[in-house]
Ligand binder design. Structure first.
Ligand code: ZN
Length: 419
């Protein structure tokens, strides 16, 4: 009710790295130096400010007004205004979190502990904050879309990606998290209460629209799925020109279930032969599609011979149903071959959802919360002994982050005032 009455005002907050608190307080007394510092920071970042749509002004800003934020022990925050379009930008120093009483060092520890899989309650104990405050912080980070934040880091929109849905629970109800992953980065983490094509299409469309807004000519070339009907049909609806592939690793893992009432060693041997078949086909490059059709036929005959005609027939029908998706993977060398990275992302998110009572609140802001978690997944660096030690997912994929400090990066990149 309150939302409809409240006037929606554009969020034009920007977070600026003043490096030391003392520098900030010094600059507060010198308007010219303050503005120069902010300009230098923006220049180094390479971001544009979000002026009003009509503005053609070349970044002309004056210090407009200031107010004291009583909630933050009286830290003064400045607002600056564009002299042309009159848009007002709120400049937050790096040590202040937007609209929050929480100190950024407290938030840093609590978010890192949560990212590491500690329960919401224990994360809150670490920083002497309420679990709800932490929940709301993650939701606040989730106000900016994944597409916007990732493109701010200079990552190109994904031309090939993995799409799949995570099955989860909200209280007793089943819910689904339609997901898009490219390499180490989450591009979409949605939330639906139905597993229908319509529900998934609506969720994935949010990604598509955000992407088209960034780049109107955006086209997807290839998508890998695990073959769940609602996922594949929503992809076909939204990206009709894209090749749809089926994960090869899932195919190998599924084969044993198609072989009924046979001795375990026979089943194992067939699985390993099927594995060899698919991976040899991959290495054949130009010839591999033709080779695959022939080899699948031979393999089904081989199954009939070693495991009986009923199993042989079942495997043949399964091949018929799936082989187009395997061809799609093998004809385009840029197509992802397995959805392993997506499974890893889902597992990482699942641990947090399990630990997070707030998520199971039926009136919680699930979508904002999930997007916030996805930002953490993309921007928190891997631990020191990991393969990509010290780098975050965005950097592993070739993106650039504004500073060496992940929390500051989160604050800057999710600020509403940048274009
Ligand atoms: Zn302007």
């Amino acid at each position: 009710m309150r939302n409809t009455a409240r006037q929606t005002r554009e969020n034009r907050t920007i977070t600026v790295d003043f490096q030391h608190e003392a520098t900030y307080f010094q600059l507060l007394d010198d308007g010219k130096a303050f503005l120069e510092f902010v300009f230098a920071f923006l220049l180094a970042l390479g971001f544009q400010l979000k002026h009003k749509a009509t503005c053609s002004g070349g970044g002309c800003l004056t210090r407009h007004s200031h107010y004291v934020r009583v909630r933050l022990c009286g830290v003064t925050i400045w607002r600056i205004q564009c002299t042309t379009c009159k848009a007002v930008f709120t400049v937050l120093p790096h040590f202040v979190l937007r609209y929050r009483q929480m100190r950024s060092d407290v938030a840093r520890n609590a978010l890192l502990a949560m990212h590491g899989g500690l329960s919401l309650e224990l994360c809150a104990v670490i920083g002497h904050i309420s679990p709800m405050a932490l929940y709301r912080l993650v939701c606040a980070l989730g106000q900016q879309s994944l597409v916007r934040v990732l493109t701010r880091c200079g990552l190109p929109l994904p031309v090939y990606f993995l799409a799949d849905e995570k099955h989860s629970r909200c209280l007793t109800a089943k819910v689904y998290l339609p997901t898009i992953v490219c390499g180490r980065v989450l591009w979409h983490l949605g939330y639906t209460e139905a597993a229908s094509t319509a529900a998934f299409t609506q969720s994935y469309r949010e990604f598509q629209q955000a992407a088209l807004q960034q780049e109107p000519s955006y086209r997807v070339r290839g998508i890998l799925t695990d073959g769940f009907a609602s996922t594949t049909s929503s992809m076909r609806t939204l990206f009709p020109e894209a090749r749809l592939g089926n994960c090869l690793r899932h195919a190998i893992n599924k084969l044993p279930a198609k072989l009924v009432a046979i001795a375990s060693p026979v089943r194992k041997a067939l699985r390993s032969q099927f594995h060899t078949l698919l991976y040899r086909a991959r290495q054949r490059k130009a010839l591999r599609v033709f080779a695959l059709g022939q080899r699948l036929r031979h393999f089904a005959d081989h199954v009939a011979h070693t495991a009986g005609t009923v199993n042989g027939e079942r495997v043949r029908r399964w091949f018929q149903e799936k082989k187009a998706g395997w061809y799609a993977v093998l004809t385009d060398p840029q197509m992802p071959v397995t959805s392993t990275l997506l499974d890893q992302a889902h597992n990482a998110i699942e641990r947090k959802l399990f630990a997070m009572q707030g998520f199971h609140h039926p009136r919680g802001s699930q979508q904002a919360f999930l997007t916030g978690l996805a930002h953490l997944y993309n921007l928190i660096p891997y631990q020191r002994r990991a393969l990509q030690a010290g780098q975050c997912g965005v950097e592993v994929e070739g993106g650039k982050v504004p500073t060496r400090d992940w929390l500051l990066n989160l604050q800057i990149l999710t600020s509403g005032g940048f274009r």
